[in-house]
Design a protein. Structure first.
Length: 271
């Protein structure tokens, strides 16, 4: 693990694999940290890619900014991290909120993107109902902490049947959620509630795009992935069976196969 102070916060990140390998930036979702990507990091490094997996501002071991952190703040943090690492362009991928940060990164820093990986995410701006929900949840996390929330949502983060069937995965996901600083989670929730609509951004993308979704995702169902595909007709859409909102954790072998096949067929051959 490495640490660097950027844009007023300390960031912890992993930078693994050969320095000459094609860089892949992996962005975790809420309320997790970079270790969510451990199965993908291992597979990518073994395949010769350079993998950068940071803890976002407010999550994991990185510093916490209180109040409100916009998706644009996360995107600019990641651009600064790539600058620090001397990485001009990277494959940029994220899950859930990390997928929305990926789309924001494409909106703000398109010249830095080699290809996009969008896992279990959605493109439209938040609804009024959604804004109210996220702000109420932020208030709750600040008042109560993460434990109750983590217990309530574990059977939506994972497919409900996987919570019992995969106790080690469930334990790892619960551990990440419970370890998250409530102030960091709340700030991200408030900023995410005000996110823009990314459908025009997606419609303008001409680079390779992989869309991945768990077949039983309760938060961003297959229909949301298909909607993204409508805006990016050339994208590759992969549905991971027997998985929910975190297919990279629930079915890592299938997720990794889809990711590596995409990189080999559509990205490496272009580089």
């Amino acid at each position: 693990m490495n640490a660097i102070v950027l844009r007023g916060a300390t960031f912890h990140y992993d930078d693994l694999g050969p320095s000459a390998g094609l860089p892949v930036l992996l962005i975790h979702g809420h309320p997790f940290n970079r270790t969510l990507w451990a199965p993908q990091v291992k597979a990518l490094v073994e395949a010769g890619y350079r993998v950068v997996a940071p803890d976002l501002r407010g999550y994991g071991d990185s510093g916490v900014t209180r109040g409100k952190v916009f998706l644009s703040d996360f995107a600019d943090d990641l651009a600064a991290l790539l600058d620090h690492l001397g990485v001009e362009r990277a494959v940029v991928g994220g899950v859930s909120m990390g997928g929305q940060i990926t789309m924001e990164f494409q909106r703000l820093h398109p010249q830095r993107v080699e290809a996009l990986v969008l896992s279990d995410t959605s493109a439209p701006a938040e609804t009024e109902e959604g804004k109210e929900f996220r702000n109420r949840l932020a208030d709750r996390l600040l008042a109560e902490g993460m434990d109750g929330y983590a217990s309530e949502v574990i059977d939506k983060m994972l497919a409900a049947y996987n919570v019992a069937a995969m106790p080690e995965v469930a334990g790892r996901v619960l551990g990440m959620m419970r370890a998250t600083d409530p102030h960091g989670a709340a700030a991200a929730l408030r900023g995410r509630a005000e996110r823009p609509d990314y459908r025009d951004t997606l419609a303008a993308v001409r680079k390779p795009v992989l869309i991945v979704v768990g077949a039983d995702d309760a938060y961003t169902p297959v229909a949301d992935a298909e909607a993204i595909r409508e805006f990016v007709p050339h994208a590759t859409l992969t549905v991971i069976e027997k998985a929910g909102h975190l297919p990279g954790a629930e079915q890592p072998e299938h997720f990794n196969a889809a990711l590596l096949d995409f990189l080999a067929a559509q990205v490496t051959t272009r580089s």
